[in-house]
Design a protein around this ligand. Structure first.
Ligand SMILES: [Zn+2]
Length: 346
């Protein structure tokens, strides 16, 4: 029986309606159970890296950082069975096409020379061998180093970063929005107001200049204004108008950039929610969430290669998530700001 059907049968209220098939477990529920190590009877601590998560980071296997305390509760699934399931799930088949594209095609750049990274996928390459390298690397003859990264490794790094941000925003959306607002929000709002006013007054002056122009023209025709004086005034009006038109154009551009930012923020939050639901990176989710990825040249550290990847998210760019102490401090600030009377905060 599904949990909802079970709760219903014992008379407990449920948020979802009872499904038509009371034994039809949803695929994602089964997936979550299969991936939850706690069913083997241990307690997993440090599983949520949300709080200390930093996007700016070096590859490592985060699962190794889990503190696993075995046998803290009665096992529902035998540990070996659990491990086997994880192995099987890891090798899920992907549809293979010879004309493969990376999820990140077009988004990946060299952190040093800023060229695009070239995606290399040939028929002879297995899926896990497909890689990116700097387009400006010419087997040692070019001006840049290789900046090699396998597509599957990049996917793992990006997925981890997205999962960290999604977790953080899911737990602390108000703190996340407060952080962004502190970074630019208040300032942007004032700037937006100022730009709107300035554009409005420029437009009015442009219309007035048109009127003035036709008036001096008439005055000149009926002989009230000398040709010499008319020419000088006309030139002045014209240059003022030209300047104003350019100013309006520039300010409208700045205004639309600010407006774009709030659209981008909505896109980011939507993408993060979709990721939380699907637990997968799809092309749509990647396009909503990520603006740019920069890959550094691999470095050899402690006999193993590691690569640094900078991820620039939509609307917010590179994100470094605050630690627990900073979160608490910001929550305090949000709370005291909301207690202030409206006039003081406006
Ligand atoms: Zn390069």
């Amino acid at each position: 029986m599904t949990p909802t059907a079970y709760f219903h049968s014992i008379g407990r209220k449920t948020s979802n309606p009872v499904p038509a098939n009371i034994y039809g477990w949803h695929e994602s529920t089964v997936e979550r159970i299969l991936e939850n190590q706690q069913y083997t009877g241990c307690t997993v601590n440090g599983k949520s890296t949300t709080v200390s998560y930093k996007v700016h980071k070096v590859i490592e296997n985060p699962k190794k950082e889990y503190q696993i305390i075995p046998n803290t509760q009665e096992a529902i699934i035998d540990e070996n069975v659990w491990l086997r399931v994880q192995e099987l799930r890891k090798n899920k088949r992907r549809p293979t096409k010879t004309n493969r594209k990376s999820l990140f095609s077009g988004l990946v750049f060299c952190a040093d020379c800023k060229s695009k990274l070239h995606f290399c996928a040939a028929k002879s390459l297995k899926r896990n061998q497909e890689f990116f390298r700097c387009a400006n690397y010419k087997d040692g003859r070019g001006n840049c180093t290789i900046h090699f990264i396998r597509d599957v490794v990049l996917e793992m790094i990006v997925k981890e970063a997205v999962a960290g941000l999604a977790d953080f925003v899911r737990c602390y959306e108000s703190v996340f929005l407060y952080m962004q607002k502190q970074k630019c929000g208040e300032f942007q709002k004032k700037r937006q107001q100022k730009l709107k006013l300035s554009i409005e007054s420029s437009r009015k002056r442009i219309a007035d200049l048109d009127k003035l122009f036709s008036r001096i023209y008439e005055d000149n025709v009926i002989g009230k204004l000398s040709d010499e004086r008319y020419a000088r005034m006309a030139e002045e009006y014209e240059s003022e108008q030209k300047e104003l038109l350019e100013k309006v154009k520039e300010e409208e551009k700045q205004l639309s950039e600010i407006e774009q930012k709030s659209v981008d923020m909505r896109l980011l939050l939507q993408g993060l929610r979709e990721f939380t639901d699907m637990k997968e990176l799809t092309p749509t989710i990647v396009n909503k969430l990520i603006r740019r990825i920069e890959v550094h040249n691999p470095e050899k550290k402690h006999a193993r290669k590691s690569v640094k990847v900078d991820i620039y998210f939509t609307a917010v760019g590179m994100v470094s998530l605050p630690d627990e102490q900073e979160i608490r401090r910001m929550m305090e600030q949000i709370r005291s700001a909301s207690l202030l009377p409206k006039q003081l905060t406006a």
